[in-house]
Design a protein around this ligand. Sequence first.
Ligand SMILES: [Zn+2]
Length: 429
Amino acid sequence: MGRMVFTNARLVDGDNAPQDAMTIVVNGDRFESVGRGEYANSEGDTEVFDLSGRTLMPGMVHGHYHATYTRFSAAEKLPVGMEAPPALQTLRAADHLRKALYSGFTGVVSAGAPYAIDAACKIAVEQGLIEGPRIVAGSRDVSTTGHSQDGFEWHWGSGMTAQTNIADGVDSFRRAVREELKRGAEMIKIFATPGHGVVGFYKDLEMSVEELKAAIDTAHSRDARIRAHIANKKGIMESVRLGIDIVDHGDGMDQECIDFMIEKDVFLVPSIRYPYEACKIWSGALIDEMRSGMEHMIKWLPIANKAGLKMTLGDDYGAQPLDHGTYGEELEFYVRVAGIPPLDVIRWATKFGGEMVTGNKEDLGTIAKGKLADFIVVDGDPVADIGLLADPGNFLAVGKGGKLYGSRLGDIARRPVAAKASRQPALAK
Ligand SMILES: [Zn+2]
């Protein structure tokens, strides 16, 4: 790959306020320099793009991704959308991952998938067999007997073994987590509580504290991470105390939970767009509970955001009624419904998302010298109009590791500068 130079860009770097008239240089798979001023060079392999009126921002990250979910539904008992054969589910996952990349999402962190499909897709992307984002591969759901993901009628004599790894007891949890790691999971998913669309109205844990601890310790002992579906305060406090890496949903969160998650450097993926949309089309006790959890979170999210809690985008896309490929609508959703400032939602999608992909290694998620060159060129200013990020038609290109996807940049390319002078990469940040 040669060098790409973007001049006259409005830079939304994923953390700070927008900066105008910026020059960003991509060399290979990383940002070589970010700064102001002209860029003169004599190297023939350099392409220069004048981004006047356009914005360059980091690629976005989907923090709760289910690659295989296809018309998965909480409201209809069967089919649930996960009964399809593994090969078909894998092909669907590949299609969804491609949609994610072209929607500006250069990273996804799995919240669970069957048949080790995430791990296979990750290899396929890295080998160039399919197009897709960076993938943090997920596991089957590790859950206890009778938990809602173990939800087929008992007298049928069948279990959801594809989606769920049933574990009871400390040793069983250790074994289940190790099995998932053996299959290539990098992020273990457990269900610490019911709620948030998961059947079971009790406000307790789905497992004993000892089982929860065994799952978390086992994942960490092999340098893997672990996330938990949690929808009550007890679940948040116990899981964070024991070292969970990501709290999914977090319904029931209060100030004490927020302070504790910040203290322990834990991510929250609120993912309330699913309940918001589901409540519009379904009714019943399960939906009523989702609604009250969602309304509680709408109240608390601005407080958590101001306090500095690391939150990311991500939701149960592929579950009705959220379609794959519409991930970018989530930014406007949090601005409109929860009153989160656009720049903050962009930070969720980029800086915090990048940290979630890499496990807090400062290598991804913002546009800065030396970081991996994942970016989007947006026709317009997404801070002024956050809705632009919902439509990939507004993107001139998506870059992942310096490679362009869906590029229309040829329309604004300048001819390489054929000067004799040596290159002047004097672009101080
Ligand atoms: Zn989920």
